[in-house]
Design a protein around this ligand. Structure first.
Ligand code: NAD
Ligand code: UDP
Length: 321
C-alpha cells in the first residue's frame, strides 16, 4: 500500500510510519513541524519507501501518485498551557488542523478512493459522566472551556468523517485514542509521563496538578500502533476506542515512576490544576476493539515505562551517568 500519514514527524505518526515501512508499505509523510520534530524522521533519510512533504494540512493538499490509505494524525495534542507546544497556546492552529485539515485529507481520500482513518481522541468524551467510556457515550464537553479547541475540533472531525462516509460512501474509520506514551514524545510538551520521567531522573519533586486523584489509563505506543493498523486494515466505519484499560490515579503514576527511577517517594508535590476542565476520570471500554479487531494491549504500565525511560535518558544526555 501507499499510505499518506499527516503528523508524521510527531510521536504517533512517526511510529506508525516505521511500522508500515517495516511491513512492506510505502509512506508519504506530511508535517509542518508545529509540534513535531525532524529527529523523529532522520533515520528515514534516503529510504526509498519514504517521501516527505512539508505542508500545513489546513491548506489544500496535493499528493502525487496513487494513495491507498490516509492516516490523519496532524494536530497539536498536549493540553498543558505551561508548554508552548500545548494546544491552549496553539488554539487556532488546533482548530484548523481538526477542521480544515480533516476536510482536506478527506478530500484526498475521496480523490484516490482510499481508506481513511481519523485520529480522534478520548477527549471527545470530555469530563465523562459515564465510566468506563464506551463508544456509544456522547460525552460531556464544555464548548468554550480551555480544552474545547481540541475537543470540539475532534468532534467536528468525527462528524465530517461520518458525513463523507454516509454521503460520499467513503471507506472511513475513526480511532478514539486514549492516553499513549513511549519513546519520541516531546520532552517539553507538558504531558504527564514526560514530565514525571524527567523530574524523577533529575531526582526532583514530581508536579501533581490538583489533588492527583484524577485518573488516566495509559497505553504503550507499540500496542496502540497494533490497534490502529488493525483498524486501518479493516473496513470498520464506526468509532473504536484504542487504549489500555488499566486505570491509575496520577498519584499512583507518580509513585510508580519514582520507584522505577529510585527517586524518594516523598518527592511529589501538588500544584494548581492544569485547567478547569481537566477530566477527573478516564478509562476506555475496549470491548469493541476486542470483538471487531481481536486487539488487546500487551504492555502493562510498568513494562511500558521501562521501555520508555531509556529514550528520555538519552535525550537528556544521562546515558553515561
Ligand atoms: P504530536 O504533537 O507528537 O504529533 C502531531 C504532529 O502533527 C506533529 O508532528 C505536528 O507538527 C503535526 N501537525 C500539527 N498540525 C499540523 C498541520 N496543520 N499541518 C501539518 N502537520 C501538523 O502528537 P501525537 O501525540 O503524536 O498525536 C498525534 C495525533 O493523535 C493527534 O491527532 C492527536 O490528537 C491524536 N491523539 C494522541 C493521543 C496521545 O496520547 N498521544 C491521544 C489521543 C489522540
Ligand atoms: N498532570 C500532572 N502533572 C504534570 C502533567 C500533567 O499532574 O506535570 C496531570 C494532568 O492534570 C492530567 C493528567 O496528569 O490530569 C494527564 O495529563 P496529560 O497532559 O498527560 O494528558 P490529558 O489526559 O490531560 O490529556
Amino acid at each position: 500500500m501507499r499510505v499518506l500519514i499527516t503528523g508524521v514527524a510527531g510521536f504517533l505518526g512517526s511510529h506508525l510510519c516505521d511500522r508500515l515501512i517495516n511491513t512492506g508499505h510505502d509512506v508519504i509523510g506530511m508535517d509542518n513541524f508545529i509540534t513535531g520534530s525532524r529527529d523523529n524522521l532522520v533515520h528515514l533519510a534516503g529510504n526509498p519507501h519514504f517521501n516527505f512533504i512539508k505542508h500545513d494540512v489546513a491548506n489544500f493538499i496535493f499528493v502525487p501518485g496513487k494513495i491507498d490509505l490516509v492516516l490523519h494524525f496532524a494536530s497539536p495534542a498536549s493540553p498543558n498551557p505551561a508548554s508552548p507546544f500545548g494546544y491552549p497556546n496553539l488554539p487556532i492552529q488546533t482548530m484548523k488542523a481538526g477542521a480544515l485539515g480533516t476536510h482536506n485529507t478527506l478530500g484526498v481520500a475521496r480523490a484516490h478512493n482510499a481508506r481513511y482513518i481519523l485520529a480522534s481522541t478520548s477527549e471527545i468524551y470530555g469530563d465523562p459522566q459515564e465510566h468506563p467510556q464506551k463508544e456509544d457515550y456522547w460525552g460531556h464537553v464544555d464548548p468554550i472551556g480551555l480544552r474545547s479547541v481540541y475537543d470540539e475540533a475532534k468532534r467536528f472531525a468525527e462528524a465530517l468523517t461520518m458525513a463523507y462516509h454516509r454521503y460520499h460512501n467513503l471507506n472511513t474509520g475513526i480511532v478514539r485514542i486514549f492516553n499513549t506514551y513511549g519513546p519520541r514524545m516531546r520532552l517539553d510538551d507538558g504531558r504527564v509521563i514526560p514530565n514525571f520521567i524527567q523530574q524523577a531522573l533529575r531526582q526532583e519533586r514530581l508536579t501533581i496538578y490538583g489533588d492527583g486523584k484524577q485518573t488516566r489509563s495509559f497505553c504503550y505506543v507499540d500496542d496502540l500502533v497494533d490497534g490502529i493498523l488493525g483498524l486501518a486494515f479493516s473496513t470498520e466505519s464506526m468509532p473504536v476506542n484504542i487504549g489500555n484499560p488499566d486505570e491509575f490515579t496520577i498519584i499512583e503514576l507518580a509513585n510508580l515512576v519514582n520507584s522505577l527511577l529510585d527517586n524518594p517517594s516523598e518527592n511529589i508535590y501538588q500544584v494548581g490544576k492544569v485547567a478547569g476542565d481537566d477530566p477527573l476520570r478516564r478509562q476506555p471500554d475496549i470491548s469493541r476493539a476486542i470483538e471487531i479487531l481481536g486487539w488487546t494491549p500487551k504492555y502493562d504500565l510498568k513494562s511500558g515505562l521501562l521501555k520508555t525511560i531509556p529514550y528520555f535518558k538519552e535525550k537528556m544526555g544521562l546515558n553515561d551517568l
